[in-house]
Design a protein around this ligand. Structure first.
Ligand code: NDP
Length: 243
């Protein structure tokens, strides 16, 4: 049976922060599968072989302009939004400045909200759409030194679930992907000691490749996931089990 609310094939996909790391792996996975993909980048040029639009997710006008530019490149409204752009500014609670707390919330949580809000316009008209928010295992597990980051990533769960309740009847799904430790520049900054400590807590005994996150995101955007919404899908080798 075909699903009446599935995005078209190939789908029109927008990946924020798709110029490197997990976002780039996600964008490449969609492109390799034949979908029409645009990534957002803040500076420089888009990666080879991918179309890009400039966007700072902390700025609503920039988000709006990026969607307009992306929709021109795609030739239609965005059908699959992957809100991946994110930052960390880690330090212990006692030392955390308001600025560092606000900056992380503004990028990771409010940035995803701004993109989802803009994407919803086209999705509501089309009565179809997929919103996938890239959270983190620490959103539900917690992490010392990451009160700002964990709070922002936990907030994405409430965002996805509220979108699901608001727009589920319009053929739109909103899900959260919660990666554990993935080999990217973000985790490349860890000291050897911290790496070893984290590895000891991961049942799979290894960090993941960005492509392993990309596969799950693609599944959530595809026809087989039409009835999955408001879910938090871990890609963490078992690290966050039970959370
Ligand atoms: P990277 O630091 O490698 O990439 C982050 C991306 O976000 C970059 O493209 C960056 O753009 C973009 N970005 C940051 N701030 C903004 C902004 N204000 N506006 C637009 N784009 C912005 O991170 P990863 O690939 O490791 O992480 C991607 C996502 O996955 C993040 O949300 C992260 O929290 C999450 N995650 C990562 C894990 C990991 O182990 N790596 C684990 C769990 C979750 P620019 O290049 O311009 O800086």
């Amino acid at each position: 049976m075909t699903n009446p609310s599935a995005p078209s094939t190939p789908s029109a996909v927008l990946v924020t922060g798709g110029n490197r790391g997990i976002g780039l792996a996600i964008a490449r996975a969609f492109a390799e599968a034949g979908d029409d993909v645009v990534i957002t980048h803040r500076s420089g040029e888009p990666p080879e072989g991918l179309r890009g639009v400039r966007c700072d997710v902390t700025d609503a006008a920039s988000v709006d302009a990026a969607f307009t530019a992306a929709e021109e490149l795609l030739g239609r409204p965005v059908e699959v939004l992957v809100a991946n752009a994110g930052i960390t500014k880690d330090t212990l609670l006692m030392r955390m400045s308001d600025e560092d707390f606000d900056a992380v919330l503004d990028t990771n949580l409010a940035g995803a909200f701004r993109c989802a809000r803009r994407a919803s316009k086209g999705m509501i008209k089309a009565r179809a759409g997929r919103i996938i928010l890239i959270s983190s295992v620490v959103g539900l597990y917690g992490s010392p030194g990451q009160t700002n980051y964990a709070a922002s990533k936990a907030g994405l769960v409430g965002l996805a679930r509220s979108i699901t309740r608001e727009l589920g009847g319009r053929g739109i799904t909103a899900n959260v992907v919660a990666p554990g430790f993935i080999e990217t520049e973000m985790t490349g900054q860890l000291t050897e000691d911290r790496r070893a400590t984290y590895l000891a807590g991961i049942p799979a005994g290894r960090f993941a490749r960005p492509e392993e996150v990309a596969g799950v995101v693609r599944f959530l955007a595809g026809p087989d996931a039409a009835y999955i919404s408001g879910a938090v899908v871990p890609v963490d080798g078992g690290l966050g089990m039970g959370h």
